[in-house]
Design a protein around this ligand. Structure first.
Ligand SMILES: Cc1cc2nc3c(=O)[nH]c(=O)nc-3n(C[C@H](O)[C@H](O)[C@H](O)COP(=O)(O)OP(=O)(O)OC[C@H]3O[C@@H](n4cnc5c(N)ncnc54)[C@H](O)[C@@H]3O)c2cc1C
Length: 418
């Protein structure tokens, strides 16, 4: 690759954020190597929506239409409780099908990016794990293990991955988009502090005859936040927040969800629980429950890195922050962090811009994430705010599908502000 020249940037992690970083770097004419421990991109929907602004970001790569072809458009956000809709927020103009939030499986997003990378001449190095980083004066030394299959087995065949070889890179920059358990963050010695309690959600994707239109529905019942998404192809995803006590100390309670002995994940996503969740939290949902294609309990932590990097090593995406799932903020803000980083790195490499420019941009993202985590006060109600909305102001912060200025605009529609 690169006509024998060395790469200028090593991207660790080929999730959506790492892939977008590599794509943006390649677009800027930067020689980029991208590696991932995995065997291939993720095979599930996980984070399932591109914010309206992220869709605009795809315009830089000519990918908007390809994304829209696989997506279900969402134009509004409905705020519900068990009795029905309490407020409605416009996310985009309803008469323009190209201007929307795009509900799209995460594996479809990753497949789109991987193909665009291939077209740009960048091949993802799967089964390659970043294991160590050391910073020199004008470069970073990175060790990457190449993982190979080691088949062993007598009575029961078993295949394990073993280290085949260790490669050494000497690159001007490293982008750590290596997710929640980031080795890049660990190498930097950056703390990843909890900013709030972890939340558990029972997630179900199923076919339904409900007409969900182009609305995402966020439903507040008791202390729980629940979200309903229309999916491409006619199905839907319901994510039900589990009561805090279901994930904590065992205790007796009449609620069937509060299981003795702590979390028993498989029981929480059985058919009986789905029925119970729908009856208790969304009696207004009159759609059928057809084939359930996916169900699981997922744990979402709220964490924020003390810093997003230093010198020549920078973090983006889940490597730097995690939050609740409803507003899909972690992946979408991560895409913009990657975009900004790529631009800054290109300016440093090719135009001689100082490293402190990257530090300033990353500090701005760290500050934005403090805001997204409600550090410093969170969203506040005013005299015009509907009392029901005011009651849910704190929880709404991570539910709005936006960040930055756009988040302020969306919150203002229900008279909330920072
Ligand atoms: C079950 C589940 C459900 C989810 N649902 C939602 C949801 O509803 N809404 C929402 O907003 N988010 C959801 N998420 C979270 C969402 O998937 C993440 O926010 C998103 O993937 C972050 O993208 P990323 O590129 O930053 O990190 P990741 O997608 O985590 O990608 C990191 C990549 O780095 C690789 N890697 C790790 N360590 C190394 C290493 N040392 N060397 C090389 N590569 C490495 C990993 O293999 C991985 O491919 C869900 C996640 C899960 C698991």
């Amino acid at each position: 690759m690169f006509g024998g020249k060395k790469p200028e940037v090593l991207v660790a992690g080929a999730g959506p954020v790492g892939q977008l970083a590599a794509l943006a770097l390649a677009k800027h004419g930067v020689r980029v190597e991208i590696v991932d421990t995995g065997i291939w991109a993720c095979s599930h929907s996980y984070a399932l929506a591109l914010h309206r602004e992220s869709l605009s970001l795809l315009d830089h790569f000519g990918l908007r239409d390809a994304a829209l072809r696989k997506a279900c458009p969402v134009h509004t956000m409905g705020l519900y409780d068990e009795s029905g809709r309490r407020a409605r927020i416009a996310l985009s103009a309803e008469d323009n099908p190209r201007d929307c939030m795009a509900v799209l499986r995460q594996d479809a997003i990753e497949a789109l990016f991987e193909k665009a990378l291939e077209d740009a001449g960048v091949k993802i190095g799967w089964r390659r794990e970043l294991v160590d980083l050391a910073t020199g004066a004008d470069h970073v030394e990175a060790k990457v293990n190449r993982l190979e299959r080691d088949s062993r087995g007598y009575v029961v065949a078993r295949t394990e991955w073993v280290v085949g070889a260790t490669e050494k890179f000497e690159v001007p920059f490293v982008v750590g988009a290596d997710g929640y358990e980031s080795e890049t963050r660990r190498s930097l010695g950056v703390e990843f502090d909890e900013t709030g309690e972890a939340e558990y959600f029972a997630i179900f994707e199923f076919q339904t005859d409900a007409d969900l239109g182009s609305e995402m529905r966020v439903c507040f019942v008791g202390d729980t936040v629940n979200v309903l998404w229309p999916l491409p192809g006619g199905g839907c995803r319901w994510s039900f927040q589990l009561p805090e006590s279901a994930s904590r100390e065992p205790r007796r309670d009449k609620d069937r969800l509060l299981l003795s002995g702590g979390l028993e994940h498989s029981k929480l996503v059985d058919d009986a629980h789905l029925k119970q969740f729908l009856e208790e939290r969304a009696p207004w949902f009159s759609g059928s429950v057809g084939h359930i294609a996916w169900r699981m309990v997922a744990r979402f932590e709220r964490r924020l890195a003390k810093s997003f990097g230093q010198h020549r090593i920078w973090l983006a995406g889940d490597a730097a922050h995690t939050t609740g799932p409803v507003g899909v903020q972690s992946m979408n803000a991560g895409l913009f962090e990657a975009w900004d980083l790529a631009r800054m790195i290109k300016r440093s490499l090719h135009e001689g811009a100082p490293l402190c420019d990257i530090a300033s941009a990353s500090a701005r993202w760290q500050a934005e994430w403090q805001r997204l985590h409600g550090i410093g006060g969170g969203l506040k109600a005013g005299p015009q705010t509907d009392p029901w909305v005011a009651e849910h102001a704190a929880a709404l912060l991570s539910c709005f599908p936006a960040h930055g200025k756009r988040l302020d605009e969306i919150a203002a529609q229900v008279n909330l502000s920072f």
